[in-house]
Ligand binder design. Structure first.
Ligand code: HEM
Length: 526
């Protein structure tokens, strides 16, 4: 009898301890959950993934209305924090602890090379190096380099206009023409190479990039559930990515080898020459092993070329396509730009960078295009490698942090009628350009776009020259206006459309102007 009683007491004690232990754990878990940014619960293991709609930026913006300027959700095994409060975006991204990039299937394939997806010391050193060298090559608003950069861009602008002059009055798809022209700017800066329209090597290169985007897109689920990488379908995708990357690497390596063979330390032609100089210097000073944090030198150069190309081509081309589309929709805005260009620049030359301060309306239109199109709607995902606090909430280690730039640019509390195209919002009462701190198409903080100066130069030169030389009209008499709907990928791209280009009549000095617009030699590979 005594033993039974003992056993019962022991059992009660055990139950008490189990309840106490799990109760404490549950309490700790709930207390911790309460410190995380608010957000939906989702399903066990899958989290919110099954409910995510294809246009993630629009879906997240709707969620932000419910949960606020900082909210969180689980997507598979990832904990994601979405920021749409511009003050919190600024606060987070100026901090060192928010400069990480996520560790995913995608970044594993890249092996930590390059700049966009690198992390820690390699990223810091590469960012400083690139910032310094690209400035010397002309990515700056001041100094001699600026003129060299302008010359590189203008060469492409002129070839672009020449190609278009052959398309006058026809319905034209600007996408492939812009693709070559914008690529040539970045290729000339990085590796002194340029391509003709429809060049076979360039076409292959562009196809590899397009296929790369598609293949990495289909790997998305493995980013959320790493175990899925072992599924046969995804194994095939991974093999194909590896094959394409080998082909791209060979293409870049050929350029690096050519540069090595003709390298002259007294004549730095481009970014690759600067990298070769750095590698030589590291050898001479016994730093070779440490350079690029011990990573393979040539592979780092290959990835840098790939990173700058992918970051600097699609974004600018897409922004220019949006600009053209909005000009077709907003003929009054287009006329005001042309009136300003005619008054300030005159009809006998193309606009130059030094005209820019005197062309506030044109400048305001470019800013409005950048705002309304938010070509990189979700910015680039950041990550943190140690638990931290933001806006009073706990941000756990390895959380992904997404700046919802689209929501910032469409916030009715910040912008009057955000869906309307209103360049005037970027002009102050004196008619001067002013940018509010919640305008952030290039991101903000320590990992802000490295190419924003080049991007602003290119957008100005291409857009103002195009407007100075052509009227942009909708193609086809009977068709309606092309849609402003976007295709959602890493960037927000307009659906394919055509434009009718009507050459603008000349007034003064027709010879010089004609020479610029029509008498140019076609491009050839360097
Ligand atoms: C309209 C044109 C462009 C837009 C809208 C744009 C936008 C952005 C955005 C939103 C980011 C992410 C910032 C972050 O991580 O928080 C970024 C990063 C970056 N951009 Fe751009 N970009 C443009 C053009 C360019 C050009 C022309 C270049 C090349 C020279 C370039 C090079 C880069 C690089 C290297 C990064 C990564 C920086 C890092 O991780 O430290 N971008 N850009």
């Amino acid at each position: 009898m005594y033993h039974v009683k003992m056993l019962l007491e022991l059992r009660s004690l055990a139950v008490f301890f189990i309840v106490f232990f799990f109760g404490r754990r549950l309490w700790a878990l709930l207390s911790r959950i309460r410190t995380l940014p608010p957000g939906p619960w989702g399903l066990p293991l899958l989290g919110y993934l099954p409910f995510l709609k294809p246009e993630a930026h629009v879906h997240f913006a709707q969620m932000a209305k419910k949960y606020g300027g900082i909210f969180s959700l689980s997507l598979g095994n990832q904990f994601v924090v979405i920021l749409s409060d511009y003050k919190l975006i600024r606060e987070a991204f100026r901090r060192e602890d928010f400069t990480g990039r996520p560790d995913t299937e995608f970044t594993n394939i890249l092996g930590g090379y390059g700049i966009i997806n690198s992390d820690g010391r390699l990223w810091k050193e590469q960012r400083k190096f690139l910032h310094d060298k690209l400035r010397r090559l002309g990515m700056t608003y001041s100094g001699q380099g600026k003129h060299e950069m302008e010359a590189r861009i203008m060469k492409e602008v002129e070839v672009f206009l020449h190609t278009l002059s052959k398309e006058r009055n026809n319905s034209t798809d600007l996408n492939p023409i812009l693709c070559t022209s914008i690529s040539n700017v970045i290729c000339s800066l990085v590796m002194s190479v340029r391509f003709k329209q429809k060049d076979a090597k360039f076409t292959r290169f562009m196809n590899l990039i397009a296929e790369g985007f598609r293949l990495f897109g289909s790997l998305n689920y493995a980013n959320f559930f790493p175990i899925m990488r072992y599924l046969p379908g995804l194994q095939e995708v991974i093999k194909k990515i590896a094959k394409n990357r080998t082909e791209m690497a060979a293409f870049f390596q050929e350029t690096v080898d050519d540069h090595r063979a003709t390298f002259d330390s007294h004549n730095m032609r481009d970014l690759i020459d600067n990298y070769l100089m750095e590698i030589e210097d590291a050898k001479a000073t016994g730093r070779s092993e440490e350079l690029f944090q011990g990573k393979e030198h040539d592979r780092q150069m290959q990835q840098i070329i790939g990173d700058l190309f992918s970051a600097g081509m699609e974004t600018i081309k897409t922004t220019l396509l949006w600009a053209v589309l909005y000009m077709i929709h907003e003929p009054e805005v287009a006329s005001k730009i042309q009136e300003e260009l005619d008054r300030v620049v005159g009809r006998n030359r193309l606009p130059k960078l030094e005209d820019r301060p005197y062309l506030p309306y044109t400048e305001a239109v470019i800013l409005e295009v950048l705002r309304i199109s938010s070509v990189v709607p979700l910015g680039t995902t950041h990550s943190i490698h140690q638990e931290t606090k933001l806006g009073g909430y706990t941000i756990p280690e390895n959380a992904h942090v997404v700046p919802l730039l689209h929501a910032v640019h469409m916030d009715p509390n910040l912008w009057d009628e955000p869906k309307a195209f209103k360049p005037e919002r970027f002009l102050n009462q004196e008619g001067k350009v002013c940018k509010p701190e919640y305008f952030m198409p290039f991101g903000v903080g320590r990992r802000m776009c490295l190419g924003d100066v080049l991007a602003r130069m290119e957008l100005f030169e291409f857009f103002s020259s195009l407007m100075h030389t052509f009227h942009l009209r909708k193609a086809g008499e009977d068709s309606g206006l092309p849609t402003l709907e976007a295709t959602t990928g890493a960037t927000l791209t307009p659906l394919p459309f055509e434009v009718s280009l009507v050459q603008r009549p000349l007034q003064d000095s027709p010879h010089e102007f004609l020479n610029t617009c029509q008498g140019l030699r076609p491009a050839g590979s360097l």
